[in-house]
Design a protein around this ligand. Sequence first.
Ligand code: NAP
Length: 280
Amino acid sequence: MNEQPLILNGTVVAQQIKDELAVRVQTLTEKGVVPCLATILVGDDPASATYVRMKGNACARLGIRSLKVELGKTTSTAGLVAEIERLNDDPSVHGILLQHPVPEHIDERAAFEAIRLDKDVDGVTTAGFAQNAFGMAAYPSCTPAAILAILDHYGLPIEGKHAVVVGRSPILGKPVSQMLLNRNATVTVCHSRTQDLGRIVALGDIVVAAVGRPQFIRGDWIKEGAVVLDAGYNEGNVGDVDYEACLPRVSAITPVPAGVGPVTIATLLKHTVEAAERTL
Ligand code: NAP
């Protein structure tokens, strides 16, 4: 029985990333380049508006300019793509983030694809995704990169471990699976049609929860000593993992909040600064 699991503190990991970035932002600014992240919010989903506001505040604290583009919920795919193309052509914009999800009538994939690869700081384009699969992405998706950053910050081994990822979305489950595979984990990816999920999760030395269902991953599924990373963020600040039930079994776990979330934002800032540096 594990007495004292390691709580993987995302706030600490994020602060370290931001401390390193502060110096780079200053250097860039002295050279006349102010890193700029454009965030696009379509519609009035309150959760999405909160995420965009949090990202904008994080930029401001670090001296990164954030350009907020707010489009009405009736915006068409063509209208959204035109806005993205305008930002592609704006040399003062270094990164573009289209807040997901967009209203249902919009072709989200078409909109993501419109983002120019060198400004795709959230790794949402198919080209960015493919680069990630080959382990050569300039900007892997931020949440998967954050999960890897947490493991690395705490020196938790990946190579040779069996990683079970629950979720296969193009921005989270799939890219994090690829990243773990590229780091020589043995990876099992689960999804809504997976049978006997608990039995498979119980094989995981590393378990990544990316489901979008509150407290979905049960404590009795978790192998003794497993490392659990909860990417979930559901209403009421609840993750995808039943944290309290998992705690007695894990060797390490991310809480929600203050786990993967803050590192995701710090990673977005990092990618934006890197994109700005590449323009020099
Ligand atoms: P998503 O696109 O809705 O994907 C959810 C995935 O979970 C899908 O692959 C789905 O399988 C799978 N799933 C659903 N029900 C399942 C079940 N009963 N058993 C097994 N798998 C099941 O969600 P997402 O965008 O990847 O986000 C996942 C979670 O991460 C959400 O809580 C979201 O809020 C959070 N998130 C957090 C951050 C952050 O910064 N912390 C960033 C992005 C997302 P199918 O493919 O078969 O449908």
